[in-house]
Design a binder for this molecule. Sequence first.
Ligand code: ADP
Ligand code: MG
Length: 539
Amino acid sequence: MKFEELNISSALLQGIQEMGYEEATPIQAQTIPALLTGRDVIGQAQTGTGKTAAFAIPVLEKMIPSAYYPQALILCPTRELAIQVAGEIRQLSAYTHSIRLLPVYGGQDIGQQIRALKEGVQIIVGTPGRIMDHMRRRTIRVDRVHTVILDEADEMLNMGFREDIETILKDTPQERQTALFSATMPQPILEITRQYQRDALLIKVVKKELTVRNIEQYYFDVRPNHKTELLSRLLDMYVPHLSMVFCNTKRTVDELTTLLQNQGYPAEGLHGDLKQQQRDRVMEAFRKGKVKILVATDVAARGIDVEDVDIVFNYDLPQDDEYYVHRIGRTGRAGKSGLAFTFISGREIYRLRELQRYCQTKIIHRPIPSLEDVNQTRMNHLFQEVGNIIANDDLTSYVEVLQGQMQESSYSALDMAAALLKLHPVSRDLERDDPLPESPRDPSGAEPGMVRLFLNIGKNQGVGPGNIVGAIAGESGLPGKLIGSIDMHDKYTFVDVPKDHAREVMYSMRNVKIRGKSVRMERASQKSSADRKWKVRNR
Ligand code: ADP
Ligand code: MG
């Protein structure tokens, strides 16, 4: 849908145009008209779907330019988000009458904020704690606020802002318009909605539309203690301009960041325990490309919007399926293609399967690159650079130094080049041979955590994979979704089941008949499955 169809003033349309937005995102197309009619709205859509403009545009349309008191309050969970939202509002309003807008958050000098507030502010974007603080000091008066926006409401509740939010809402006029935006809708949010919104319209952009199409997704099966080495190999191979590495805990963020820094990577960590100032510094450096690798927890990275992230690494498999979508949504923005690499170990393959079902995407297995692969790519990069320098730079003074050395020492040019190459950091692993094994696999070829079972019926009996799943699930009670790959041949079939359930599956299938044929089920070993193939073919 075009913004022109949304009944927005031409000055604002110009601002939107200037930002390069061609058409409204689904959440914008649905929430903007509803908000413009004055209705309360609940907007549910995932990170990166344009929720900021979805409320910023109606807020700007509703401003009374001549009134210099707080008219709109926008509550955000973090300082970064408040700054980001305020920035977007400023840009959008570039062509409207000038808007008095102030971001207000903890960690910033309160005296300075008070002075700015005294000048008459119309839109306040801030964190609930600091806004409450100002309300208590009476430096922010909310009695004429006509619009309240709760941005990233789920995150605000996660961060313990519930009471503050309620206090703020109670103090604002009852006839205000309230809009709530959130990626998820847990129970506490619904309670806030019920208590503080009137006849709110729920606008939900379904997950399906959100699955990210231009992101190539791969997984690596790696032992936990080899994850760091794998990460550095991938960083060396792909040399991403900007990348994000997601970990599940603050501790992993700290440890991994230190390890990467010690190896000379321009990495910084971001998590909730860092002081506001440190977080600002890290984000600023990342945006500018001084820090190229941002190691973060989900909460710390939530809502942060940096374009041009080339690769997202899931160093840990996310605990929540939705997090996966949030995480990888940081790459492949604005029509560019992105890469997402997920590290899993052993039994995590089950979670990965569920994740693929949930996201309706395919995450493809990639073998761990050998040091040789890494070195090959790094050498290619290096020699490409060497070629560029020879083609474009003036090397006279370097040539003179080398000639001098060669005459003095009688080394050949090739000897010198080889020694210089050895000194170059690219060569650090050239002499090391250090293959990284994948997590141990079943000798039969089953995926980690799975066992491959042999079943003595196949396509010739007129059965399909569905019948096999049905029979196993029916007899053993194992949920069908836990059954892994099914490899059907004419007279026999291989079925992968979780290791922990293999015994009971085999046991429960002892006296079962499928299509009138008594079945026999047993563990397939690499050898026996190969033998059988042979035997069956030759029978
Ligand atoms: P959310 O709050 O849903 O996570 P944001 O509001 O931060 O998403 O928007 C994500 C990115 O999409 C930002 O870079 C924003 O500038 C951009 N964006 C927002 N609306 C549009 C649009 N209509 N067309 C193109 N890009 C947009
Ligand atoms: Mg947002």
